[in-house]
Write a protein that binds this ligand. Structure first.
Ligand code: CP
Ligand code: NVA
Length: 308
């Protein structure tokens, strides 16, 4: 029965044509929203949002987004639901998906969203796992498109941890045919098996972050310590201090290069205030675009392609 249900658990779940559709649709939905024209294709539908980790942008953009599409959101977290008390994820999926039209999950292991989706009667969206953050990269590429046009054939420099954001960029490069130049400190390298990409396919590894950034069309980074790795904070501060996006890094990138960060950011750690608050930074557009692309995503998962 669930064979026809589509999920968005990693960037590789959709192909380039589907992304082209989603970006066109997000542009249309964003324009309508800015003109205060109501659009309620998900009237009366219910989105369940499950959070095992903290969030500002993801919760807000999904909750506001489903309401703007005419539906409702239910927020569950592991502190005050049975999800944190050992109920099997398959049982939770059976129950939750009988009472809703769409589910968004932010959790630790990717395996959890996959087990949930395997038993869900409704589409499941990955709102961040240790391995992937596909909704964020969807917003980031839409933001690049708005500012610079197609990302095909471009170079994205990833400076820092080979985390969920980095893995998702690597998958996106394969699907949308661009390159990622990655520089991580020793000991924090990309693991292609975890990222589920071909080793060195659409990415190249650089020991020196300056070399990774040279000529790049987009420079991006993320926190040195992701959620769930807090006990490594001090060790990571020492290992990552030279992997900071600063003026020197931006200077070797293309003069047209954009700077992106999924946020929340730590000024003075992975990025300087000068860069994140500077003229090449598009971080607020990135954050806003979470709303618009996820509205297109929710509409697509529940209703399929709509006339444009
Ligand atoms: N970028 C992002 O996902 O932010 P939140 O952790 O605030 O949801
Ligand atoms: N890599 C970060 C992203 C936060 C949105 C984390 O997982 O904590």
């Amino acid at each position: 029965m669930s064979a026809k249900v589509r999920h968005f658990l990693q960037f590789a779940d959709f192909d380039a044509e589907e992304y082209a559709y989603l970006f066109r649709r997000a542009t249309w939905i964003k324009r309508k929203f800015k003109a205060y024209e109501p659009w309620h294709p998900l009237f009366d539908r219910t989105l369940v949002m499950i959070f095992e980790k903290a969030s500002t942008r993801t919760r807000l953009s999904f909750e506001a987004g489903i309401q703007q599409l005419g539906g409702f959101a239910v927020y569950l977290n592991t502190r005050d639901s049975q999800l944190g008390r050992g109920e099997p994820v398959e049982d939770a999926a059976e129950v939750i998906s009988r009472m809703s039209d769409l589910v968004m999950i932010r959790t630790y292991k990717q395996e959890i969203v996959e087990r949930f989706a395997a038993r869900s009667r409704v589409p499941v969206i990955n709102g961040l796992t240790n391995e992937f953050h596909p909704c964020q990269v969807l917003a980031d590429i839409f933001t690049f498109l708005e500012h610079r046009g197609s990302i095909r054939g471009r170079v994205v420099a990833w400076i820092g941890d080979a985390n969920n954001m980095c893995n998702t960029w690597l998958q996106a490069a394969e699907v949308l045919d661009f390159k990622v130049h990655v520089s991580t400190p020793p000991g924090y390298e990309v693991n292609p098996e975890v990222a589920r990409v071909r080793p060195n396919g659409h990415y190249e590894v650089f020991a020196d972050p300056i070399e990774a950034a040279r000529g790049a069309d987009l420079v991006t980074t993320d926190v040195w310590t992701s959620m769930g790795f807090e006990e490594e904070t001090e060790e990571r501060r020492r290992a990552f201090h030279a992997w900071q996006v600063n003026a020197e890094i931006m200077q070797v990138a293309s003069p047209e290069a954009l700077f992106m960060h999924c946020l929340p950011a730590h000024r003075g750690e992975e990025v300087t205030a000068e860069v994140i608050d500077g003229p090449q930074s598009v971080v607020w557009d990135e954050a806003e675009n979470r709303l618009h692309v996820q509205k297109a995503l929710m509409e697509y998962l529940v209703l399929g392609q709509m006339g444009e």
